[in-house]
Design a protein around this ligand. Sequence first.
Ligand code: HEM
Length: 148
Amino acid sequence: MLFKILVILHTLGATVWTGGHLVLAITVLPSALKSRDPDRIHQFEEHFEGFGLASLLLQVITGLWLTWIYFPGFQSLLSFESYLSTYIGIKLGLLVGTLALAVHARFFIIPNLTKETLDSLAYHIVGVTLLAVLFVILGAGIRLGGLG
Ligand code: HEM
């Protein structure tokens, strides 16, 4: 039962994190770039930031918990001997990439967001969104017994 609840929470968190970033990248960002108006992104972030970060935290907790169930004590996790350990290892790599992009954007770009720095933020948003979609693809791959 615990395993099922964790998978449901993990999937729910994925809808928020990945869905929110797809909305940002596909609808809000193009209109902000078109009108060179950083405020549109600020407005979205105002509503999504806390919710989005909570969902990412939920992903990390439920993801690591599921991993612990598959690999108790995380033993032989990083051996990459099975598709499962390979996919989970890649997901951990995606997590490092996501955190690096998010921290850089949050502390170095967003505080000084102007028309000039908008393009740099756009690259970050597209990057985090692509990583978010990859998280879902690899997650589905785990459930499907591999993507090959
Ligand atoms: C924003 C980040 C993440 C997203 C969007 C995401 C998304 C997903 C999705 C959609 C699934 C498929 C669920 C299913 O149908 O069973 C999944 C499964 C899984 N994810 Fe993640 N994930 C994220 C982060 C992580 C992290 C950080 C870990 C830990 C290393 C992790 C470990 C797992 C595991 C072990 C499964 C397999 C669960 C199962 O047996 O179905 N995920 N993930």
